[in-house]
Write a protein that binds this ligand. Structure first.
Ligand SMILES: O=C(O)[C@H](O)[C@@H](O)[C@H](O)[C@H](O)COP(=O)(O)O
Length: 278
């Protein structure tokens, strides 16, 4: 039995594209189809965006995609899996980069765009309070059921567990150290089982202060798509797909309730056995 909020037993699937440009274009088409299907089934759709080069390349491809009007963007909720805790508009913020790549290209409903707080916002430099505020925003959306579906996150069986929407698609980039979102190997955030969003201090990837969804929150998504391109990711991809301990290999703990999809280019797939590919 699959317990909401816990890793399901269905194994991840792997798709490999010839190079990172074609990977971005194909993933944009795949995302358009997934969101249009979600809208047909449930009225709205929700997607969790990721920072990093592959996440931004996907958004740029989405802005250019011929089929993008197949989605009613005014009925899409956009969330973020993590954020670099910097002032609003800082060029290194994931929100700023997403805005430049995509957000201004489609008719989104501003009320359904949910950036994580900035370090010059109401919580000042207090990343923990900013994270708690984002957790509250997620919980409110979950209880309002604004995507028509919600899921528990946190300790299974605990009815007081925090909740997040059952995101239709949650996107994650992959670090060479196997981090996803801002969950770095061995860091306290990767051990979090109760809270859905945490402040992350002393991250090994700059900037050091970040906000991140936790593994239980990531696992509330219907579908988790992990994006990796380049040979520097090949070892991390192989380790995560071998099912290594998520405390040391956070990517292996990122599973969707219905599907986990690894989307790779040839270079990132180089260390996988042929049997691991679709
Ligand atoms: O804000 C961030 O830095 C990220 O969300 C981070 O988890 C990123 O996705 C990976 O480090 C992969 O980044 P690349 O795609 O640039 O390799």
């Amino acid at each position: 039995m699959t317990v909401p909020g816990q890793a399901p037993s269905r194994p991840p699937r792997v798709v490999v594209h010839p190079d990172k440009e074609r990977m971005a274009r194909a993933t944009a088409a795949r995302l358009i189809t997934a969101l249009a299907d979600a809208q047909t089934a449930r009225g709205g759709a929700s997607v969790v965006l990721t920072g990093g080069r592959n996440g931004n390349a996907l958004l740029a491809a989405l802005a250019q995609a011929p089929g993008r009007d197949g989605v009613d963007w005014s009925r899409v909720d956009l969330w973020w899996g993590d954020e670099r805790f910097l002032p609003d508009g800082d060029p290194d913020r994931n929100h700023t980069q997403a805005r430049e790549a995509f957000l201004d290209a489609v008719p989104l409903d501003p009320a359904r765009v949910h950036p994580m707080p900035a370090s010059d916002g109401p919580y000042g430099a207090d990343a923990a309070s900013a994270a708690a505020a984002y957790a509250a925003e997620l919980a409110e959306a979950a209880s309002a059921g604004n995507t028509g579906n919600t899921a528990s996150a946190g300790n299974a069986g605990n009815t007081a567990a925090p909740r997040v929407p059952a995101f239709d698609v949650l996107l994650l980039g992959l670090g060479p150290d196997t981090h996803v979102a801002s969950l770095f190997p061995g860091h306290p955030a990767v051990r979090e089982e109760e809270r859905t969003v945490v402040g992350v201090l002393e991250a090994p990837k700059p900037p050091p202060t970040r906000i991140s969804l936790t593994l239980p929150a990531l696992r509330a998504a219907r579908e988790v798509w992990l994006l990796a391109a380049g040979e520097d990711k090949a070892e991390a991809v192989a380790a995560a797909l071998e099912g290594a301990d998520p405390l040391r290999t956070p990517a292996s703990g990122a599973r969707g309730r219905e599907r986990t999809l690894w989307i790779l280019d040839e270079a990132a797939a180089a260390r996988l056995p042929a049997s691991a590919r679709e």
